[in-house]
Design a binder for this molecule. Structure first.
Ligand code: PMP
Length: 288
């Protein structure tokens, strides 16, 4: 079977999967999601993704997700059915389907959807060598960006603007500071080699790749500062880079058309790239 889906107990081809038009995920974006990297048939940072999902569900009062063990069983079965060794496992939990009315419905079970699609992580290796372009856009999102909801319209518009400009990512700018990317966390490296990224707050998603990368950097005795930085600082920085589950780390070599640093990936990002891919290999046994 190629791309596969699980919807509330049923497994099957993605093209045949569906939820009710009254699902609150569809009607209100009343839902949360996770994207987990599958490499060599193994999940990367599985526990961290489950932790973030459960944190979000409890913040939104969505109940009824199966146990961690049951969820892992469903996820493993789906990966097995897909026969893909490398891919992206998508998990979505909505508040369920019910007559359209804003307040929570009573007695409606949550909707649980998982999909598994192929994804070629090898495409990231040449991108790590060359770097990618980015643009900046105003951050027009709501006040709880720490929750991974499917209400992604500002990100959709930002990423579309990036694509139209030939860029890989759009950097959100709020009150002059770079919060994060449309679907990535953003970092700058200062002239004295300090890795700077926006601190955890309601303004950014607590990225799983961010968490892992900062741990790796600190273990390697690299200097890390979690503090807001301005778009002007970013423009003047010798290095910028991004992280995400699907990236997992890429240098940003152009910002709004201007070169970042020398216009080529810098040494700090290159070193972090080695550490990040070594960690992926350690966790999953993945080889390019
Ligand atoms: N920020 C935003 C807004 C995102 O959508 C994502 C990816 N979903 C990230 C950061 C990166 O998070 P992760 O490392 O968990 O993929």
């Amino acid at each position: 079977m190629p791309a596969v889906a699980y919807v509330n107990g049923r497994y099957g081809p993605i093209a045949e999967a569906g939820v009710s038009v009254e699902d609150r995920g569809f009607q209100f974006a009343d839902s949360l999601y996770e994207v987990v990297a599958v490499l060599n048939g193994r999940f990367l940072d599985w526990e961290k993704h489950l932790w973030r999902l459960r944190r979000g569900l409890s913040a939104l009062f969505i109940e009824g997700l199966p146990s961690d063990a049951a969820l892992a069983h469903i996820a493993r079965r789906l990966v097995g059915l897909s026969r893909y060794a490398d891919g992206l496992l998508y998990i979505q939990v909505s508040r369920g389907a019910g007559r359209r009315d804003h307040p929570f419905p009573s007695d409606t079970p949550a909707t649980l959807v998982l999909t598994m699609r192929r994804f070629d992580f090898r495409q990231r290796l040449p991108q790590l060598e060359t770097g990618v372009p980015a643009i900046s856009v105003p951050d027009q999102r709501w006040a709880r960006c720490d929750l991974k909801t499917t209400g992604l319209l500002p990100a959709v518009l930002a990423k579309q603007e990036a694509r139209a400009a030939g860029a890989f990512e759009a950097l959100f700018v709020k009150d002059g500071t770079v919060t994060e990317g449309g679907s990535t966390n953003i970092y700058m490296v200062t002239a004295d080699g300090v890795i700077v990224t926006h601190p955890l707050s309601a303004r950014i998603l607590p990225g799983i790749a961010r968490d892992t990368l900062l741990d790796l950097a600190r273990e390697a005795q690299m200097k890390v500062e979690e503090r807001p930085f301005t778009i002007e600082e970013a423009r003047a920085a010798p290095e910028l880079f991004l992280t995400s589950t699907t990236a997992p780390i890429l240098p940003i070599v152009r910002l709004d058309g201007g070169a970042v640093g020398t216009g080529r990936p810098g040494p700090v990002t290159a070193r972090l790239g080695q550490l990040a891919w070594a960690e992926i290999g350690r966790q999953t046994g993945w080889k390019p």
